[in-house]
Design a protein around this ligand. Structure first.
Ligand SMILES: *[C@@H]1O[C@H](CO)[C@@H](O)[C@H](O)[C@H]1NC(C)=O
Ligand SMILES: CC(=O)N[C@H]1CO[C@H](CO)[C@@H](O)[C@@H]1O
Length: 793
């Protein structure tokens, strides 16, 4: 390359830097103006005595300006691609070029879709003091649903900590009803809940007296080894002792898979398991462990306790197929190992059972591993439902998913900071966030299929009047009759009513149909997380979780519920686009795969696929790449990630696209063609000590020899070979080969090599058990040789 070119490059870099500096200037300049505006907005709302305030994110004008320039850049890139297609005679170079055009068209289109959530994100703030002033304790009843599926993969002691944190909400206990739905129908879970009902009599008054947070005993006692209030030490130690003993009893019962006979006689509910039953074949079981109506059900200070109900819906092998699509059932079985989220998150059975027992107008649904970190979350949510102006339009209030076991630099990109802080806030302004299956307050009427009408008036007293109608025994019997296998035959349950069946992400599709019936939803992301769960801690779990999400969302997109078709006329275009961001996750895999393979191969084989360095057309490429990535880094930093975390996120972004999303797209297509379900082998997840240690040190975990690792290793190796091979060719040819035409290909290939460094380490350097297995390395070498030998160009 001539010296002139290097000088030119240097100038380019310097000028880019100056350009960026200008952007920084304008950022400093802007917030001054927006501060004044949001004050005015808040002041106006305070005047109106709303129960919540809505604030727009600042800096939107600047954002839109930036988006407009990026859009112009994308258009120039596409124009260049379309007008510079190589001559027909030039062989495969032409096909590769057209492929690049297709990939860039897709990326451009997808980028436009993602703008829908960044256009005007909003933030909500609640005023609980106004709620208290206006309503006092005249608050609606709330039903809380917790779903668990399997005592082996979801340890009952963990589930019970969640249940206790929910029972201990700062809310009138006579208005709280907690339901545990056990899809495993296991006596171990019932036993654990029975123990919990006794421990709650000590735990709830303790929480109230010292106003402790968080109210999950597991999280609370893990936080420190002494109470913050020294005067409570005696009681603290007593309660801690009780809790530890209880956990020990539960854990040992689970370990021996048996509940001792002397305990079984202590509650009539154990008799349900007197005959041999299995998790797939048992009668309906409904047991009210604490009856809030019962004057004797009080804690050790004489206060009423929340109602606590155990239920397991009937399961019979012969109803396997028609009642909850057989495919989904088997999916539940297999995925439960990996994902902390059970699939059948909010099943209709609980809705029906709770309607005969408590029938509260508000339903909160949480995953069994998501404890409450904020005892005021119910009051927060009610600020939205009871608001005079917006309340009657609000179908559900969604909280974000937060995790307590994230590492500092977010090695598997699981913290969802950007999704929680920006994307969901953006969807909120477009009509309301998606229902994401956990941490969500619903209006019962809406879940039961009601359409939005302007004159709709909620009966907030319902559930209170209904009490003390039937004796508890009869209530249980009636509830059981609602959970039989055949109850749903010839009804609209799972279709028009309740949570939809036949979809791996039934929560998203349920939320979409609610929005299409005219309702709005609200996203509430308070500074102190309301619900905290456990994130996947290995690469395999992460890949599998994203496979399920991308597959589910993509199959919604291809079904009659496609946001652009089903939502047309019912929800705004912006809202349709926002839903499509997730619906179109899976198709991203193909252009990404193309982009990480073909340009690198082209470099090795001497096929230029980007404009020459001296060509003015290189500018839009460089501009779009730099600005887009700089913005995404800035966004991540703003949402509380580290720079390293952002970089790791980019790696995971690529890995997810070339594995999870690819699998997602393949499985969706196979399902649509009616071919047999792909056997996605799930490695049973027993997180051993070694693994946890590596997770804490942020070392990627491979270990097994799954096909997805072969894909990852092959792509990494291929780029390394192409980079080294291509550069060698240039050196040995004495710079005769014009690097000019390959500048961007070298950069792209080089970036891919840099981002894959942990993969090379795992293949060649590491010695621990989490390294990439030799068989995977071998297979990837084979695939690389195959790719190099195919005469593509
Ligand atoms: C959970 O609540 C505690 C207070 O009990 C708070 O310090 C912590 O920041 C919260 N966790 C998150 C993730 O917000
Ligand atoms: C880093 C960290 O906090 N890891 C924890 C994640 O959650 C699992 C399960 O609760 C713990 O075992 C880890 O220690």
């Amino acid at each position: 390359m001539p010296a002139e070119a290097w000088l030119w490059l240097g100038m380019l870099a310097a000028e880019l830097w100056f350009g960026l500096c200008c952007v920084a200037q304008s950022v400093r300049w802007y917030p001054v103006r927006r501060g004044a505006f949001s004050d005015r907005l808040a002041a106006r709302e305070i005047e109106m005595e709303r129960l919540f305030a809505t604030e727009k994110f600042g800096g939107r004008a600047l954002y839109r300006l930036h988006a407009a320039t990026v859009l112009a850049g994308i258009c120039l890139v596409l124009y260049y691609r379309a007008t510079h297609v190589p001559e027909a005679g030039s062989g495969a170079g032409r096909a590769a070029w057209l492929g690049m055009l297709a990939a860039e068209l897709w990326f451009g289109f997808y980028w436009v879709i993602t703008q829908s959530v960044r256009w005007c994100p909003i933030r909500r703030r609640t005023f609980k003091d106004r709620l208290a002033a206006r309503y006092g304790e005249r608050l609606p009843c709330v039903d809380i649903f917790v779903c668990t599926a399997d005592p082996q993969s979801e340890p009952p002691s963990l589930v019970m900590a969640t249940v206790l944190s929910l029972m201990a909400y700062n809310y009138p206990p006579e208005k709280l009803n907690v339901y545990l739905s056990d899809d495993g129908g296991s006596i171990l879970t019932f036993y654990a809940l029975w123990e919990t009902s006794a421990f709650a009599k000590h735990w709830l008054p303790f929480c109230r007296r010292y106003n402790i947070e968080p109210r999950s005993p597991a999280a609370y006692f893990a936080e420190s080894d002494k109470p913050c209030d020294p005067s409570s030490l005696k009681e603290w130690s007593f309660v801690k002792g009780l809790y530890e003993e209880m956990t020990e009893r539960i854990d040992s019962a689970v370990q021996s898979a048996n509940v001792p006979g002397e305990i079984r006689v202590k509650h009539k509910g154990f008799s349900e398991w007197s005959t041999v039953i299995t998790s797939k074949d048992h009668q309906p079981i409904v047991q009210v462990l604490i009856d809030g109506k019962d004057r004797d059900a009080v804690d050790n200070e004489g206060n009423v306790l929340p109602t606590l109900v155990y239920m397991a819906r009937e399961k019979r092998p012969q109803y396997h197929h028609n009642f909850k699509a057989g495919a989904m059932n088997s999916l539940v079985q297999s995925l439960v190992f990996i994902s902390p989220l059970p699939l059948n998150i909010l099943n209709q059975y609980i809705i029906r059972v709770s309607s005969v027992i408590s029938n509260s107008p508000i339903i909160l649904n949480v995953d069994c591993d998501m404890y409450s970190n904020n005892s005021d979350a119910i009051r927060d949510a009610l600020c939205f439902f009871l608001d005079e102006e917006m309340g009657h339009k609000t179908a559900f209030v969604q909280y974000p998913q937060n995790y307590n076991n994230m590492t500092k630099n977010n090695i598997y990109g699981n913290s969802f900071n950007v999704l929680n802080e920006v994307e969901l806030s953006g969807i909120d302004s477009a009509g309301g966030p998606l229902y994401i299956g956990t941490g969500c307050f619903h209006r019962r009427e809406v879940l039961c299929g009601r359409r939005f009408t302007n004159d709709y008036k909620e009966d907030w007293d319902r559930g209170i009047k209904g009490k003390t109608e039937l004796p508890i025994y009869q209530t249980e019997e009636k509830a059981k009759s609602l959970t039989t296998c055949t109850y749903e035959h010839n009804t609209q349950w799972g279709n028009e009513i309740g949570v939809k069946y036949d979809c791996p992400v039934e929560d998203v599709i349920t939320g979409l149909t609610i929005h299409c019936r005219g309702w709005k939803s609200v996203y509430n992301n308070p500074p102190r997380a309301a619900f905290i769960g456990v994130a996947p801690t290995t690469l395999a779990q992460t890949i599998l979780q994203h496979k399920r999400w991308s597959e589910g969302n993509f199959s919604i997109f291809l079904s009659k519920f496609c946001p652009f078709i089903f939502g047309k006329g019912n929800i705004s275009l912006q809202h349709q686009m926002a839903y499509s961001i997730y619906g179109l996750w899976a198709p991203n895999s193909l252009p990404t795969l193309y982009y990480v393979i073909i340009p690198s191969l082209g470099f090795l084989k001497g096929t230029p696929l980007f404009p020459e360095i001296m060509s003015p057309w290189i500018m839009p490429y460089i501009y779009v790449t730099i600005v887009k990535n700089a913005y995404s880094a800035y966004e991540a930093l703003l949402c509380g990630e580290t720079l390293r975390g952002w970089w790791n996120g980019q790696r995971m972004w690529m890995i997810r696209r070339i594995t999870s999303y690819l699998y997602g797209i393949i499985d969706t297509v196979r399902n649509m063609l009616g071919m047999s379900k792909m056997g996605f082998v799930v490695s049973p997840k027993v997180s051993d000590e070694d693994e946890s240690k590596r997770y804490e040190q942020e070392i990627m975990e491979f270990g097994t020899s799954s096909p997805e690792y072969v894909i990852i290793a092959t792509i990494a190796l291929l780029n390394l070979v192409c980079l080294v091979g291509g550069l060698c060719q240039i050196l040995t040819s004495g710079w005769n080969m014009p690097l000019n035409g390959f500048f961007l290909q070298v950069i792209l290939c080089g970036l891919l090599v840099i981002i894959n460094i942990p993969i090379y380490e795992a293949m060649f350097l590491r010695k621990d058990r989490g390294r990439i297995q030799f068989s995977v390395t071998l297979a990837s070498i084979g695939f690389v040789m195959l790719a190099l030998s195919v005469p593509l160009f």
